[in-house]
Ligand binder design. Structure first.
Ligand SMILES: *Cc1c(COP(=O)(O)O)cnc(C)c1O
Length: 379
C-alpha cells in the first residue's frame, strides 16, 4: 500500500468484537486467564497491550522495518537501544545530535563501561577513523539538530556493516514520510513520537523500529524487562496523529522552505540552516536519500542579546522546547535543548549562543512570515 494508506490503516483493522473503526484504548493492567496456562495471548499490560501493538505495527510498516517497540519517551526508546550493547563496547555518534541523547550517553552510560566518540558523521573519512575494534554501534541523526548537517545513510550503513556494528538512525526530524533509513541499509530507527509522529504536542513517547532479527528479539525482551512502556492512551493519541502525518509533513515542508528562503534574504541574519536551501552543503546528498526537507530551520542572529530580542518579539511562534507539532515554536538551542552540551563542543558544530531554532507549524504562511518580520524589526 501507499504511505498515506498505511498511515491510516496499518495495524488498525476494525475491532473484531464491535467493529469499532478506531483501535480501542485497552486501559487495563491485566487480562483474565481461562485456566492455568490458558489465555488469549495477553497476560500483563507491560508485556502485551493491543493499543500499543497497533502503534508498533503501524510505525514498523511506515518505516519499512520488521518490528516496532514503543516506549514512554524518545529517551526511553534510545535507552532501550543501548541495552543491545555490553560493558566495553564503543559507540560512534553524530557530534551535533539531540542534547538529551548526548546527556544520556555521556552522563549516564559512561558509568556502565560504554564509551562514545562524537564525530561529524557527514564526513565519511572522519567517521571511519573514529571506529575502534570494539565499536558495535553507529548512532546517527540526519539532518542533525540544530545545525542541519546531512550524513550519507547508504555509505554509513555500508561502513557499519563492514565493521560488524549496528547503524541506528534517529529519524525524528524527517519521519518515515520523507526518509526511511531502513530502506537505505540502517538496522534500527528511533523516534521521539512526541514530535512529528504524534504531531499535536499532547503526549510524550518514543519508538524503536528494527529490521534486524537478533536486535528485535533482544528489544522485545528489554522492553518487557526494563519496562519503560507507554500507556495505551498515549499510544492511541499517536495512532490518531499519524493518520494525518502525510498531510502535515507536506505543509510543514512547504511552509518551512518558503520561510527559509525568506530568512536567507534578510540582511540582519548571518546564516540560515535548512537542508532545502540550494546553498546548504548537504542539499544534494539529502535529496538523494529523502523526499522532503522537513519543518525545522535554524538561523544565526549574531549574539545571545540579538537572539533573546528575536525570541521576545515573536507572537505566533511560541517560546518552548520541543518541535514537530501543528503549532509553530521557537527556541534557543544553546540554553534550552542543548544546554547539557559543553560550550566548546557546541561551538565546534556551529551551535552558537546567537543561534535560534524554529519549528514551522501548519498555520497560514502569511501569518508566520509576518510574525518573523516583526521579530526581525526588533533587532
Ligand atoms: C525530542 C527528541 C528526542 C527525545 O525524545 P523525548 O520524547 O523528549 O524523550 C530524541 N531525539 C530527537 C531528535 C528529539 O528531537
Amino acid at each position: 500500500m501507499g504511505f498515506s494508506t498505511d498511515a491510516v490503516h496499518a495495524g488498525q483493522e476494525p475491532d473484531p468484537v464491535t467493529g469499532s473503526v478506531t483501535v480501542p484504548i485497552y486501559q487495563t493492567s491485566t487480562y483474565v486467564q481461562e485456566e492455568l496456562g490458558k489465555h488469549k495471548g495477553f497476560e500483563y499490560a507491560r508485556t502485551q497491550n493491543p493499543t500499543r501493538f497497533a502503534l508498533e505495527k503501524n510505525v514498523a510498516t511506515l518505516e519499512r522495518g520488521a518490528r516496532g517497540f514503543a516506549f514512554a519517551s524518545g529517551m526511553a526508546a534510545i535507552t532501550a537501544v543501548t541495552y543491545l550493547l555490553k560493558s566495553g563496547d564503543h559507540v560512534v555518534a553524530s557530534n551535533n545530535m539531540y542534547g538529551g541523547t548526548y546527556r544520556l550517553f555521556e552522563k549516564v552510560l559512561t558509568s556502565y563501561g560504554l564509551s562514545f566518540t562524537y564525530v561529524n558523521t557527514g564526513d565519511l573519512k572522519a567517521t571511519e577513523a573514529a571506529f575502534r575494534p570494539t565499536t558495535r554501534m553507529l548512532f546517527v541523526e540526519t539532518p542533525t539538530n540544530p545545525s542541519m548537517i546531512v550524513s550519507d545513510l547508504r555509505a554509513l550503513a555500508e561502513l557499519a556493516r563492514s565493521r560488524n556494528a549496528l547503524l541506528v538512525v534517529d529519524n525524528t526530524f524527517m519521519t518515515p514520510y520523507f526518509q526511511r533509513p531502513i530502506e537505505l541499509g540502517a538496522h534500527l530507527v528511533v523516534h521521539s513520537t512526541t514530535k512529528y509522529l504524534n504531531g499535536h504536542s499532547d503526549m510524550v513517547g518514543g519508538i524503536v523500529i528494527s529490521s534486524d532479527p537478533a536486535a528485535s528479539e533482544r528489544l522485545q525482551f528489554v522492553q518487557n524487562a526494563a519496562g519503560a512502556v507507554p500507556g495505551p492512551f498515549d499510544c492511541w493519541l499517536c495512532l490518531r496523529g499519524i493518520k494525518t502525518l502525510a498531510l502535515r509533513m507536506e505543509r510543514h515542508n512547504q511552509s518551512a522552505l518558503a520561510i527559509a528562503e525568506w530568512l536567507a534574504g534578510q540582511s540582519k541574519l548571518k546564516k540560515v540552516f535548512y537542508p532545502g536551501l540550494k546553498n546548504h552543503p548537504g542539499h544534494e546528498l539529502h535529496k538523494r536519500q529523502a523526499s522532503g526537507f522537513g519543518g525545522m530551520i535554524a538561523f544565526e542572529t549574531g549574539s545571545i542579546e540579538r537572539g533573546a530580542a528575536f525570541l521576545r518579539a515573536t507572537r505566533l511562534f511560541a517560546l518552548a522546547e520541543s518541535l514537530g507539532g501543528v503549532e509553530s515554536l521557537i527556541s534557543h538551542p544553546a540554553t534550552m535543548t542543548h544546554a547539557s552540551v559543553p560550550k566548546s563542543e557546541r561551538e565546534s558544530v556551529g551551535l552558537t549562543d546567537g543561534l535560534v531554532r524554529i519549528s514551522v507549524g501548519i498555520e497560514d504562511l502569511d501569518d508566520l512570515i509576518r510574525d518573523l518580520e516583526g521579530a526581525l524589526a526588533a533587532l
